[in-house]
Design a protein around this ligand. Sequence first.
Ligand SMILES: [Zn+2]
Length: 307
Amino acid sequence: MEQYVIGIDVGGTNVKLGIVSAGKAISRASFSTQEFIETPQALIEAIVKAVQSHLRGRNVDPKRVAGVGIGLPGLVDVERGLVRLLPNIPGWRDVPLKKIMEKKLGFRVQLENDVNMITLGEWQYGAGRGFKDLICMTLGTGVGAGLVLNNAIYRGPGFAAGEIGHVPLSEHGPDCGCGGHGCFERYVGNKTLQKKAAKMFKDKDITLEDVYRRALDGKHRALKFWEETGEAVGHGLIGPINMLNPEAVIIGGGVARSFEFIAPAIRRVITDRAMKTQAAMVRLIKARLDDDAGLIGAKVLVQNEER
Ligand SMILES: [Zn+2]
């Protein structure tokens, strides 16, 4: 009998949840995080209610639920089932979420960092299938990465590995929220790109989506915007590619929508500037699972735990 996994993707803006079966999300729901952001308890209760009503609404037999995977935007102690810190959701410090959720939901629960959960989804069911070593980078407000090294996700001893957005590219660059200067995220994060677009198109309300559409229409300035973005992304990838020698870099997140416009410039910078062996091996691939990557990653999490 086909087993279900419940995936939950907690973001600073929305909580997304859904049922995953055979590597596909078969149902989805979401609600605004902001309404329940006051305390961890309030958000936990909201998630529990949403999961229960989602299962009831679809007549899912709880016996067929193999487990729950929860992705969170911050530092997660995967082994102890502890949310150490969520930088953008106040009050979350050392919350034993695995234990709390198992008690409230009655299912087995696994926690994971959100970018790692996306990485697991893309690696097992999406753009990363068959690779042993890859970097799965998400380009959004935050810039992060999941690392698959030698066929396993690499989290580091403090569960903090993969912060590609905070690799400094310039000693004298702009200050970053992490305490550093000139971090990669300060050049290619959404906030910076939006500011740049507003200036370039003399329109303070322009969105990156608008610039994407203009590029589709072949507008010269929009194509130039994405080419320069691709060059900046390429520069940030040289260090990680030289250091890790990955077979593939998967690019996801909102900016990945413009993959076709940024990819040639990324490729060119890597070919010109990265070390020869690494540059020749690495493939550049667009993420394939889009919004479902985290949910599908939850299935990988739960299934890994069963082994
Ligand atoms: Zn930083």
